[in-house]
Design a binder for this molecule. Structure first.
Ligand code: HEC
Length: 152
């Protein structure tokens, strides 16, 4: 699947790089990649790249579909929070992109949490791809609320 998407992205790029075809007036805005998901910051290729990373490193705690742990507000006997759902049903959408990628990079220790950091395991592009994959679960409504926070 990933290969197909990458191939498609490559083809789309090749087409996009043809002779000057951008309409006048659009020069000020950087052209989004050809496979940008409509209304979102990320591309289909990033979602595809994020999936195997997520399933390999995150699913064990956050669930294959990002739905663990429904009772995420409840701390355990030691006062620690469980891995919250990342699928848009908890409060992950309160965090701007930079906080999300930093959480993946450095883990929860910076907030007194238990989540391990992945700085040595997933590079910066990979961390963005994982966030793209997570956000592909979010409804447009949740995404719009996040987008507002991310722009602040
Ligand atoms: C060992 C279990 C574990 C693994 C593996 C893990 N997490 Fe977490 N994650 C947690 C816990 C527990 C929290 C709650 C904060 C804390 O204790 O650090 C959390 C919090 C988060 C948050 C903040 C969510 C919010 O709503 O504030 C994000 C985002 C996140 N994890 C993403 C990931 C991603 C992406 C991966 C894989 C690269 C991952 N986690 C791997 C346990 C884990």
């Amino acid at each position: 699947m990933y290969r197909i998407l990458t191939a498609l992205a490559g083809m789309a790029l090749a087409t996009a790089c043809g002779p000057e075809s951008a309409p006048a007036g659009s020069a000020a805005v950087a052209a989004p990649a050809a496979d940008t998901v409509p209304g979102r910051w990320y591309t289909e290729a990033q979602v595809a790249a994020g999936e195997p990373l997520y399933q390999a490193h995150c699913a064990v705690c956050h669930g294959a579909d990002g739905s663990a742990t429904p009772d995420w507000r409840k701390t355990d006997a030691n006062g620690n929070f469980p891995p919250p759902p990342l699928n848009g049903t908890a409060h992950t959408w309160h965090h701007p992109l930079v906080v999300l990628t930093e959480t993946i990079e450095k883990g929860g220790a910076q907030y007194g949490g238990l989540m391990p950091g992945f700085a040595q395991v997933i590079d910066a592009d990979g961390r963005l791809a994982v966030v793209a994959y997570i956000q592909s679960w979010w409804t447009d409504d949740i995404y719009a609320r996040w987008d507002e926070i991310d722009r602040r």
